[in-house]
Design a protein around this ligand. Structure first.
Ligand code: ADP
Ligand code: MG
Length: 667
């Protein structure tokens, strides 16, 4: 082929003949033969009939042609019209059967033909593979090249799955599956070819995850902790509440990690309000009891301050806790860094700068990263670059659907808190239209009249945080006017200084402010149990995960809480989100809906997903295969097959040559 074509192919990541073989169609169109009476006017459909007239060609314009021909379909004489396909003149021979796909005009009994088969309808021809292409490369060129590659090189493709897998799951061998993906001869052969690659892709991916996990475990000698279990138990007994069963289970998993030498690399998932913070605190406590230091890292300064407060409440003067954020500077900062380096500080709480820059710990034993959606890779790199090998626990309140959790975090251990502390009332959620604003104001007045507090959330206007804030300011001013004087209204947004934000949060926590108008800066972690009502303006602008996070700011005490979604969604998708929100408060259920609505690629945002791009598999549709592949991969690693079983040599080579593996093995 010429250099031009080569360049075009490289845009599709096709550099070798083999790459052509693996450039699978992304979709198939299935043609289905229809009876004329079932075809609607202007519908595109496929019919079969007999040529009964000589084709007639007329030319118009510069190079344009129109060919007509009569086709007998049952008792109806259909006029078939072909534009710019005059070369068919010699092929449409009276007496022969043809299959035509085109747009049907039921009044003129006329079909404008897009696609012509010179034969009667047959299944193989009726499946139309559809390929992605880029630049100037035409699909027909690509198809020709793939056809050539199949002819010249398919026989060189090696099987990678050991025989028992093919037998047990009745999967076609690799060569056959590749052929049928490109040239399906029936829907059944296509189905099995797809099944094979769905399994292959998911199995390989899960194997890689398990491989990374095992390597990281084997190599990562961390900081074993020896603390007094009794003392930790005493601390737990002194808590003002009893831990839930879920909390006890995950605590066990985490403490177990701490006890052993291998480095913890664990994700703790739990819905908002499920009590992750206290689990973090106990793990940090155990760490300090063994003479090591702990760090708690959160995404915002407000959260850092709040965590510092709650840890201080929990530990009193048992531990020395320090806060380190971007706004702590100069002498104060230096003093903290010094205490940290000489080991006086037990726990450091702060934003992400906390493990970067100039912070030096005496002996960092455990890092907990809260509400961080970047899931680890970066932070682990930073730690490794600093020569630190602490245990690492990630916490997230974004419930992650299981399918995603075992793909994106297949290389981590995952703990899940799947219940809320007893006595929590689910937040009652209502979806209302904006014309009910006055009634909502009255509702706020009534709730606050009972001694409770409320949030009003203003939407994020993506293009401009200037507009965003202006909007919040307007809503604040309006509410200030409508609320009686006894209700103090506060305003919170991202442009305030750290000091101003802190002041407002403190006033809200102390019930000096009863109604807090805010942008989404309060989205994560903020805990004011007396706040029982949340009104979200233009709620359709938020995604499900974000709405769920916001709603999690209420329902934190023992009083009934309410969440009011003010929304006039125009899209079906938006209406669906409002409906789902008002029907369930279960974060895991919501996350499954979210995954359905958004698809796996968009769930975390592209960059963060850690998901590979599967060619055939789709983790939402193929979740059953995913589960099976995962179990198989776990067993392969447990039985050490990659090392010991000659049938697994090809898989081992594939895995070890994958760049992803190098990127994710850290220590
Ligand atoms: P999360 O961080 O998971 O959203 P928190 O840790 O902030 O949740 O917990 C929410 C609230 O529930 C806190 O006030 C906390 O003290 C309280 N809490 C945690 N565990 C329990 C429990 N087992 N029983 C009762 N209250 C609990
Ligand atoms: Mg929390």
């Amino acid at each position: 082929m010429g250099d031009k074509t080569k360049e075009q192919l490289e845009m599709l990541d096709i550099k070798k003949v083999g790459d052509l073989l693996f450039h699978f169609p992304f979709r198939y169109d299935f043609l289905e033969l229809k009876n004329l009476e079932d075809i609607e006017h202007e519908e595109v459909a496929t019919i079969e009939g007999e040529v009964v007239s000589q084709p007639n060609v007329s030319f118009f314009g510069k190079k344009k042609s129109r060919l007509t021909c009569t086709i007998q379909v049952g008792v109806v004489a259909v006029k078939a019209v072909f534009f710019n396909q005059n070369f068919l003149k010699d092929k449409l021979i009276p007496g022969e059967t043809v299959t035509l796909t085109g747009k049907w005009d039921m009044h003129r009994l006329q079909l404008t033909v897009h696609k012509y088969h010179p034969k009667s309808f047959d299944e193989a021809e009726s499946i139309e593979p559809v390929y992605h292409t880029k630049g100037n490369l035409k699909v027909y060129q690509l198809k020709k090249l793939i056809k050539y590659a199949l002819k010249s090189s398919l026989q060189e493709v090696e099987e990678i799955l050991p025989e028992p897998y093919l037998q047990d799951y009745k999967l076609p061998v690799r060569q056959e599956a590749i052929r049928h993906l490109h040239q399906p001869d029936s829907q059944t052969s296509l189905k099995h070819a797809r099944r094979r690659f769905i399994y292959e892709e998911l199995f390989l991916f899960q194997l890689k995850m398990q491989y990374i996990r095992k390597e990281n475990k084997a190599q990562s000698i961390g900081t074993q902790k020896s603390y007094s279990e009794e003392q930790v138990q005493t601390f737990i007994d002194a808590l003002p509440f009893q831990l839930t069963q879920s909390q006890l289970r995950v605590l066990d998993e985490i403490l177990n990690d701490l006890k052993y030498e291998t480095r913890m690399n664990r994700l703790l998932q739990g819905d908002v309000g499920s009590g992750k913070t206290v689990i973090a605190a106990i793990a940090l406590y155990a760490t300090t009891q063994s003479g090591q230091q702990g760090a708690l890292m959160v995404p915002t300064e407000i959260l850092a301050e709040q965590h510092e407060d709650s840890l201080n409440d929990l530990f009193g003067d048992q531990l020395k806790i320090r806060l380190l954020t971007g706004s702590i500077k100069g002498k104060k900062r230096e003093a903290i860094l010094e205490e940290l380096a000489n080991g006086e500080v037990d726990l450091l709480v702060g934003t992400h700068a906390l493990i970067q820059d100039d912070t030096i710990f005496k002996e960092l034993g455990l890092v907990i990263i809260d509400e961080q959606h970047r899931f680890g890779v970066e932070q682990r790199k930073t730690l490794r670059d600093k020569g630190l090998t602490p245990d690492v626990l990630f916490m997230t309140a974004t419930p992650i659907p299981r399918t995603l959790s075992i793909t994106s975090f297949g290389d981590m251990d995952v703990s899940v808190i799947d219940e809320l502390p007893e006595g929590r009332l689910p937040v009652e959620t209502y979806w209302v239209k904006h014309h009910m604003t006055e009634r909502i104001h009255q509702f706020l007045i009534d709730q606050i009249g009972k001694g409770q507090q409320a949030y009003v959330i203003c939407p994020l206007i993506e293009e401009s945080d200037q507009l965003d804030i202006q909007n919040a300011v307007e809503i604040y001013e309006t509410l200030n006017q409508v609320m009686p004087d006894s209700i103090h209204v506060g305003l919170m947004h991202g442009r305030l200084s750290a000091q101003e934000k802190e002041d407002i949060m403190r006033q809200f926590a102390a019930n000096e402010i009863q109604l807090l108008v805010s942008t989404t800066v309060i989205e994560v972690g903020v805990n004011v149990p007396n706040a029982t009502t949340m009104v979200i303006y233009d709620a359709e602008r938020f995604g499900l995960a974000q709405l769920h996070q916001l709603r999690g700011r209420v329902g934190r005490g023992s009083d009934q809480s309410y969440c009011i979604l003010m929304a006039d969604p125009k899209t079906e998708n938006g209406q669906e989100r409002m409906r789902v929100m008002s029907e369930t408060t279960d974060g895991f259920e919501l996350s499954e809906h979210d995954l359905q609505i958004r698809g796996p690629g968009d769930f975390f945002g592209k960059r963060q997903s850690g998901l590979p791009e599967f060619k055939v598999a789709n983790i939402v549709d193929d979740y059953r295969a995913l589960e099976v592949a995962r179990q198989d991969a776990v067993r392969v690693m447990q039985e050490d097959r990659l090392e010991n079983d000659p049938d697994y040599v090809k898989l081992k080579q594939l895995i070890e040559s994958d760049p992803l593996i190098k990127e994710r093995i850290f220590d």
